[in-house]
Ligand binder design. Structure first.
Ligand code: ACO
Length: 311
């Protein structure tokens, strides 16, 4: 009966083992995973836009090859994550419909514009750096297909982070104008990167439940702090200033103190009112509509092949 099934489920969670697609799971666990994995997949797909914007204007063939590879990786991550959501019974076409109608969220960070090529570097360094901080612990998430997807995704994210940092290092060794471009980019992306970790713990309705289920392994604030501590020395090595006057080493805590992100801004961006929300969704909707003939042709071909092969 259900109580017994639930006891088995809780025992797997308590033993830090994995729940697999065919295992019984509480409906809330399934729903939470579909929500988080779909939001993550949507983020990867929408996340192709801000950087894709620069592919045709990359400053060299080498930079273009790197950027192309990176944006393709993001498409791969999205497809990988949609597959993980399918193992929970979600329907991929339905998830896409929910994305383009605004019924499901994607990461706030991709609603900010990319104004210069330095933004490609900053997104790699800060945005993918934040993604790694958030996603490495998800390699130990309690749901098997999600945790295994994270292993591969994190390896590729590490490459993305390095290419961003290397790009910024190169620009910092360049002209004053290039250094100013990097600083301007960091000024624009620092606070939105901190917001990627979600609202503060005191205002995060899902964290406690998700941690009890082993879906999340750390709270939003814990990961945000880890990201700040990791990033400050990197900023120093790079020679850029992080735009936070309250940023200071706190020897008692063994961590950096930092200022309060603008939570009203995060709420607005999540609510659909960020600088590029409408543009991002319109672009994704148009791509979906433009691809309709491909889906129809593939379905017709599959039906014909199945009919031909039928005995
Ligand atoms: N952007 C958009 N929505 C957000 C963000 C954000 N930065 N942070 C939180 N939210 C949403 C949550 O999805 C939740 O909405 P919902 O309940 O309506 O679905 C709401 O705000 C409240 O937040 P939390 O209770 O803290 O939600 P949750 O426990 O899901 O934590 C988090 C949010 C940390 C983003 C978590 O879902 C997570 O770790 N997801 C996996 C990583 C991920 O999706 N990364 C995507 C960007 S990284 C990249 O792709 C490069």
């Amino acid at each position: 009966d259900e109580a017994e099934l639930n006891a088995d489920f809780e025992a797997v969670i308590a033993a830090q083992e994995r729940i697999e697609p065919r295992d019984w799971m509480p409906e809330g666990y399934r729903r939470t995973l579909i929500r988080q994995i779909a939001q993550h997949a949507h983020s990867e797909i929408i996340g192709m836009q801000p950087e894709g914007n620069w592919i045709s204007r990359a400053p060299s063939l080498r930079r273009k090859a790197i950027l192309l590879a990176k944006v393709q990786d993001e498409a791969g991550h999205g497809l990988y994550l949609y597959s993980a959501a399918e193992t929970l019974g979600a329907d991929r076409a339905d998830l896409t419909r929910r994305l383009i109608t605004g019924a499901q969220k994607y990461s706030s960070i991709f609603n900010y514009p990319t104004l210069s090529y330095a933004d490609v570097g900053t997104i790699g360094w800060l945005v993918d750096g934040a993604a790694i901080c958030n996603q490495v612990p998800l390699c130990r998430s309690s749901y098997g297909p999600y945790s295994r997807a994270m292993i591969r995704i994190c390896k590729e994210e590490s490459f993305h982070q390095r290419q961003g940092y290397e790009l910024l290092m190169t620009m910092m060794r360049g002209t004053d104008a290039q250094r100013a471009m990097v600083q301007d980019s960091v000024n624009r992306f620092w606070w939105p990167s901190l917001m990627m970790f979600g609202p503060p713990d005191s205002d995060s309705p899902n964290t406690a439940r998700s941690m009890a289920w082993g879906i999340k392994r750390h709270t939003n604030d814990e990961l945000r702090q880890r990201f700040v501590d990791m990033t400050v020395p990197q900023a120093e090595a790079l020679g850029v200033t992080l735009p936070d006057p309250d940023l200071a080493w706190n020897p008692e805590r063994g961590s950096y103190d930092f200022g309060e992100p603008d939570w009203a801004e995060l709420r607005a961006v999540i609510g659909g009112d960020g600088p590029c929300n409408a543009q991002r969704l319109a672009h994704r909707r148009r791509a979906h509509e433009d691809g309709a003939w491909v889906r129809e042709a593939a379905a017709a071909y599959a039906a014909r092949t199945a009919a031909e092969e039928a005995p």
